[in-house]
Ligand binder design. Sequence first.
Ligand code: TYD
Length: 157
Amino acid sequence: MGGLTRTQERTLIAVKPDGVQRRLVGDVIRRFERRGFKLVGMKLLQAPEKVLAEHYHDLKKKPFYPNLINYMSSGPVVAMVWEGYNVVRTSRAMVGDTDSAEAAPGTIRGDFSVHISRNVVHASDSVEVAQREISLWFHSSELVDWDCGSHSSLYHV
Ligand code: TYD
């Protein structure tokens, strides 16, 4: 991402199959819009197994890995790239703890999930990981640079 400023930090957010099936896509988008982040990429897709294997490569040896891949393949996901100041850290806070029982009310998982294996949404956990995940899920031609104009809070930092 060389050349991008801190307000142009980007992260990968994905509504997982349970979130899509439960019609939670709009709610997730609304939260990120209202917080002041900018949507620069979005698509609905049946995640290819190769992408999932790469996305979760560090969890391959975990006992829950086969179930995780089955779950992530069980329906379409909505993959999005959101941009803005500190978006990686802020979106992790908005999404909430991995374990639904620990996720605070008001977070996405704290509001919509009761079990770690069906936790509705993915959010990259560091800037470096975000860059890797964005290039895994999106071609650069699918990301749109657009001007928020004077009505955005993004440029007030
Ligand atoms: P992880 O990368 O640890 O969490 P996060 O999604 O918050 O970054 O794990 C990836 C996903 O794996 C997690 O969202 C849900 C699933 N998972 C389980 O099903 N069981 C588990 O015990 C853990 C740790 C994760």
